[in-house]
Structures are given as C-alpha cells and as structure tokens.
Design a protein around this ligand. Sequence first.
Ligand code: 9MR
Length: 598
Amino acid sequence: MKTRCVAALAILLSFSVCCAQTLPPNIQEAVVLYQPLDMFPVDLNAAVYLNQNNGSQGSLVKVDPHTLELTCIEVSSKPLHLQLVVPVVGSITKGDTLLILLEARTLEHDAAYESGRLHLNMERRETWTKSLGYSSAISDESQLLAIPFIAREDIAPSQGQVTIPIGYYPQKIQIQHLRLLNFGTQIQVDQLSTKQYEYEGYQADAPWRTLANERIETHRKAPLNITVLDANQNPIPEANVHVQMTKHAFPFGTAVNEWRMIGQAEKDIIYREKFESLFNRATNETSLKWTSWVQPSRQEMAMQTLDWLNDRDIPVRGHTLVWPSWNKSPAFIKDLQDDPQGLRAAIESHIREIMTACQGKVVEWDVVNEVHNNRDLLDVLGDEQMDEWFRLAREIEPQLPLFINDFGILQGSAGYELAKQESYYQLVKGMLDRGVPLDGIGFQSHFRLYAVTPPTRVWEILDRYAALGLKLGITEYDFAWVSEAFQAQYLKDYMTACFAHPSVNQFVMWGFWDGSHWREDGGMFALDWREKPSLDVYMDLVFNQWWTDENKVTDAQGHIQTRGFLGEYKLTVTANGNTVIQTLSLPKDGSSLQIVMP
Ligand code: 9MR
C-alpha cells in the first residue's frame, strides 16, 4: 500500500511540478483514491526503442529522462512500419481499466497536412492483439492526453507493449511523461474519461457541425407546399395541417442475422421487432455469400429472409456475389486453381444463378467484396476479370446499382490508410475508365479500439471518391471494443458527417444487438436487450433531428410552405370541423399538393 501511495504521489508530482499541465480533476481524484499501478519500466528511456520496417526511415532521440523526440523521414506503405515500442512490464488482466497519460506536440510536419499525428496502440507481443488503438492530430503546443481504455485480454508481465506508429508522413513529434497506469477493476473506464473522447472536431461547438447542419438542410430536405381549398376551389385560411413523416427516403439499415430472422425463439421475435422499429433497409449477414448459397438449407434461409423483408417493404442490398479468396468461396472452387477457364465459368454460373434467384428481391448488389485482402481468384484470373463480373451482373439486372465494397478506407489508421485509399481509388477509376458498369463504392466502416476518423477527415476522403461521380454507401458500420460512452459519441458524429455528405446514399450498420454481432459489444443493444447510449443517439438522429413532424396553419391564400426530410408523409388537414387525411411522397425536387376539403 505504501509503495502504491508513493507511486500515486509521484504521478501527481510529475504532472503538477515538472509539466505545465495538470491532470483533469476526475483523473487526479482517481489516481489518489485508487493508486493505480505503473505498467512501464522505471527507466523508461532505457527500455524504449524504434522499430523500422519495409523501407521506412526515422529516428528516436532521448532528450532527457522524460522527453522523447520521434522523427519520420521516409514513409512506407503503413504507418506502423515506423514505430516507437515501449515494453509493458506490469501484469494486466482482462477487464482492467487502464489509462495512458502523456504530453505530446508536433515539432515539424509535412506541409501537405495541418499538423503532426500521434497514434498509440497497446497490444500483446507476438499475437499483436490490441486493447487500444488511439489516433489524433497534435498541434505544436504541448497537449496533455489522458486516454482511458479497457484491457481486452490477460497480458502477463513483459508480454505487452505500447507502440507509437509515426510513419504517416514526414513529421517530428515530441512525447513527454509517458505513463501507463492500471486501475484494475476498481473503476469504470468512463469515470476516467473527461466526459468526451477527443478527436479533431469532437467539441460541441466544433465548426464542422454548423457546416454539417447546412449540408443536411440542403441535401436531405426539400420544399413541401400545400394549398387547402374548399369545394368551390376557394382557399381556406387558418386550416390546421399536421405534416407527419412516416418513412425516411434515406436508407438507414443493418445487416440481419438469418437465424434470428426465421427463428421462433423469444429472442428471435424481439430481434425482429427491434429491427422493424429501427431500420428501413437490410442486408443478409451471411446467407447470400457463395459459401452459404451452396448449402441448400442456408439458401432456403436466405430466401425466407428476403421474403420476410420484402413482405414488409424493406429493401435489401445483396451482399456479395464474389469474395475472391479460396476460403470465402465454396471448397470446389479451389480445385479449379489450375483451370482458369473452369474457374471463370464457375464464377459466372454462380453470378447468374444467385442474381436470377434474387430477382425482384434485392435492390442492389455488392459485386465484389474486399478485393485488396482476398486476391486468390484474381491471382489466377487477373484483376480485369472483375470487369466481366460487373458486366454480367449488369446484363442480368440492367436496373440495379452495382457496388464494390471494402474496409479500411474511411476506417483504418483513423482515416490515414493512405496506401489502401489510393489503391481503392485507382481500382475504381480504372474500372470507370474501361467503361465497367460500376455504380457505387461501399465503405464498410468497422471501427474499433478508440482510433476513429475525425468528421472532417471523413469528408476529405468521401470528397475524393465522390469526384468519381458514383454513389457512396456506408455499408457495414460498427464501433466495438470501446466504452459505451465513446461508442455513442462517435456514432453521432460519424452518422452526421456521412448523412451530410451529398454523395452518401445509405448508412447501413453491421448488426444492432450484442447477442448477434461479429464483435461482441458492437451493437446498440446489450445481450440482455439493455439499450446502450448509442441507441439513444441513433433514435434521436433518425427519428427526431432528421424527422419532420410539424403543425402548421394556412395563410390567407390557404398555403403552407415548409421544408421536410425526404420521405413518405401523412397529412392531416382540419378546417371548418372537417378532417382530410392524405399521403404524400417528398422527393428531392419537392412536392406541392392541393387538398380540397368537403
Ligand atoms: O459478420 C459476418 C460473419 O458473421 C461471417 O462469419 C463472416 C464470414 O462470412 O462475415 C462477416 O461479415 C463480414 C462482411 O461480409 C464483409 N466485411 C466484414 C464483415 C465482418 O467480418
């Protein structure tokens, strides 16, 4: 206990005496009260080193016992090819609340960017499994960062490490007073956060929010004009008009688990009820993939799921015709690796079969999925074989939008996976140049572990692809392995940034319930259906802030003029004791309607 007290005091001293900055009060209190254990070696400077791979070049200068300077001179394809490694010597147990403290600033940076960039990971050696992946721009003024997170696994003494990848672009950054503290299970991670998790633009008054609202007003709403007349075609002033939206035109969707969609257990019924109350678009999570499609029972499940959704007027995006690796294709496909002609024919026949079976039941298709990381089929057939898959899909379904889909473009190194972004861009551009019928670009958006892409960076990335003139789809959003508060905070900002971008044509999540999610805590409902803060955020955006419900009174000419979110409407007009109810669609170019009262 004595050692712990001394450690707690030492932490406070190092931040209150040696540094210009003091810890936020909640963290100061927690340090004194819980006396967290220091996880780094006592002589940190002696233990840290710089790891350089794949042609990246940089340097590490140990300026004094508390100060490190890191320089990136030459960039390779991934930021982590140049990183500072800090060994973790303490013991960590799954579920422990951990806190990284440091002061950081940019000393120099590439002129193409506004500042330097700091990224921090906490991981297990050898497995590289991570409990933290944090990323932020850092200014040239020293900034105190306090980053709380949860240990996702046990890490034995000396089995862990904190890494600071800096190979984004040429830059020089300074790190001071780096600490990793372990609070054990005495405190919840959200108690250590300064209420809001920080990234560029997280603040309530950040300028991008005003711009986002303006863009949403311009791109997601349209004029709605109503004239109320009496039976003699005379305007009725002071008629009450209730303008009620009933459905969004914009697709807010989710992947659905087919077992839950057809099951009869109580949880299946709850799952479907929640789904229906929240979403107007869906995609089968697995059953339209080739590996599932070849299994008759799974194929039947796929079709039942499509029927259930179509019966309720919920459009489905088809995912995915080809996922070009051996292990994402049926086993017999690998047998064709030395028979390109046979392989080509098998793929074409699959495309024909599944698209024909789903005709009238899906509204768009991912033609290919994740072609950067799944290349087996392309290695045999050549990249341009993809062109043929799109052409065939177009031939079978001339009306349906055809998408390419991938991960790590909007998400991934907090929006700075520059090499992959470039490659995806060139791939799409190449196809368009060759006249391939490609209509949309899918951005999966599987975020995790605190490293999020700031809203303005989301816009920069989307702008670049939007210039190609295609629809941009957010196809698989989730945010896992973080505190629930951060999950909610970022959902709000990411959804807002995406909804505000005029080229984005859908926002589809990859699951909504922890009981049926590829990442155990990625849903908006916990396992026991407890509503997480992210559900409140979603409801508030989709059914409140971006929803139109207004009571208006007609003017002397019998008019009301308003603007509403694009979608379906119910209008209830009351005048002179009579009530008329009408429905109306509000498309992008607006709607005008005359309502004649009896
Ligand atoms: O969530 C899906 C999981 O249940 C499946 O086992 C897996 C393999 O079919 O695919 C998962 O979904 C992936 C999607 O199809 C493509 N992008 C990444 C998704 C999560 O891994």
